[in-house]
Design a protein around this ligand. Structure first.
Ligand SMILES: [Cu+2]
Length: 467
């Protein structure tokens, strides 16, 4: 027997031994003692995840734990110096995971929250059934609205961690949050109105002054909107909006004298419940159920030619004075590079306000498409149609013959706008989940019960941050 044959023989014996040993270990592990489990637990010496919502860190930790767990099992025999990824090593997988799971879940309450046992269970389930024809049962409950989907779920569910996973910034209540997640936001809105219109035709100030002693010539409306969203459950999000409104209107009188009025203050606070009814095939649908409270003043006053402290006409008031309902439906969809959505929201005024009138009801329908250019930037194109009614009733202190803005029958209208938007999203780093977005809207159709000031453009910029 020469040396070559001997070597081959030795190799064969070694391989067979390894196979036997592997089989033996596999069987042994299946009945691993509690004592051993305890020992393994100690050996992990797991460090707490410091950044609570850092999914990628978490993912890494889990991988490390799996590797280490496997290493503990194998350290005495097979591959003492080699790190084996659990996924590459099927036989050990389920055993390892079966004791990793309680370890992960039970360490501390805090960690329990961080790791969301559902997630781990879900991940394990999915991987271990990969080889069988059974459809994986995936649990998406752990997902945060601004957290990336795990690789196994990408392409199956609507992904929240994208610049275009939020609609163009002027759209509100178009996304929901996961349980326990909070988002704070600030929006700045600037609307410019210049010149008046009757129906779809422009009307000059001179023409209006033939009929009224005073006419508005220009108005700007600014709004600082502070928002907060909170995920009560994974399907129910509560949203609260506090607007601070600043209005400014220029007028001209029949004798050629100009004057300006201002009003500013808190507008109507709005609370909306968002209830998701569908989340599959990368599409989502939720209902919007909003209520706004008459916190905005309907007693705004300023100096006019009639005196130093005059009640301002309807469009200069800061709130509706009525409890208003805002029911709606929102639909969202996405592919890897594109996303789209639409929303319909109504505004229904309940009752009559303390000054004996109510603003007209409104219906708003919008639809948008967005292109994701990178992990952090997307642009959007949007169309928005609105129809709103006249005021019913009237504030008897306002004389509708003096100025068109004091006439409750010259307030209704229909308008269609096109919006151009840019969304920026911070996918990683200290400011992760931060968003900065801007949208510019211009009208393509305006039909107004007039004479009424026409909106020329609207700019909305916003910051959002969730944690
Ligand atoms: Cu939000």
């Amino acid at each position: 027997m020469n040396f070559g044959v001997k070597r081959r023989y030795c190799c064969l014996v070694a391989v067979v031994s390894l196979i036997c040993l592997d089989t033996f270990l596999y069987a042994a592990k299946a009945e691993i003692s509690e004592e051993q489990q305890e020992k393994n637990k100690v050996a992990f010496n797991y460090e707490p995840v410091t950044n609570t919502w850092d999914y990628q860190d978490l993912q890494k930790k889990i991988e490390q734990e799996k590797t280490r767990a496997l290493f503990v099992f194998n350290s005495s025999a097979l591959i003492p110096n080699q790190k084996v990824k659990l996924d590459d090593f099927e036989p050990q997988y389920e055993i390892s995971s079966s004791y990793i799971l309680p370890e992960f879940i039970n360490i501390t309450d805090e960690r329990k929250q961080v790791l969301k046992p559902n997630y781990i269970q879900g991940e394990i389930n999915q991987k271990s059934v990969n080889s069988s024809p059974k459809k994986p049962q995936i649990n998406t409950d752990f997902l945060l609205a601004d957290e990336p989907l795990p690789p196994s779920q990408q392409g199956m569910f609507w992904n929240p961690a994208r610049p275009d996973s939020h609609a163009p910034i002027a759209v509100m209540g178009e996304h929901i949050h996961s349980e326990g997640e909070i988002m704070v936001s600030y929006r700045y809105m600037l609307m410019e109105m210049e010149g008046s219109r009757v129906g779809t035709d422009d009307i000059s100030d001179e023409k209006i002054l033939e009929q009224f002693p005073v006419t508005p010539t220009r108005m700007t409306m600014q709004m600082h909107m502070f928002g907060m969203m909170y995920g009560i459950t994974n399907n129910l999000t509560l949203m609260a909006m506090l607007p601070y409104v600043v209005k400014d209107m220029d007028h001209i009188t029949r004798i050629g004298r100009g004057f300006n009025t201002d009003s500013e203050g808190i507008g109507d606070i709005k609370v909306t419940g968002l209830y998701q009814v569908l989340n599959e095939n990368r599409q989502r649908i939720h209902f919007n159920a909003g209520v706004s409270f008459p916190t905005g003043s309907i007693e705004a006053r300023d100096r006019t030619p009639a005196g130093p402290d005059q009640l301002l006409p309807y469009p200069m008031q800061l709130g509706s004075g009525t409890l208003d309902l805002h029911p709606g439906i929102t639909y969202l969809g996405q592919t890897d590079e594109w996303s789209w959505g639409s929303q319909i929201i109504g505004t229904l005024r309940l009752g009559t306000n303390s000054n004996s009138y109510k603003f007209g009801d409104q219906i708003m329908l919008t639809a948008w498409g967005a292109k994701k250019w990178s992990d952090w930037a997307s642009t959007s194109l949007r169309i928005k149609g609105r129809n709103w009614g006249n005021i019913s009733g009237k504030d008897s202190r306002l004389n509708p013959l003096i100025v068109p803005t004091a006439d409750p029958t010259r307030r209704g209208g229909t308008q269609i706008d096109i919006g151009f938007g840019l969304n920026l999203f911070v996918p990683e780093g200290d400011l992760r989940t931060g968003r900065l977005a801007i949208e510019f809207e211009v009208p393509i159709y305006r039909a107004l019960q007039g004479p009424q000031l026409e909106t020329d453009w609207q700019l909305t910029a916003g910051l959002q941050y969730s944690f």
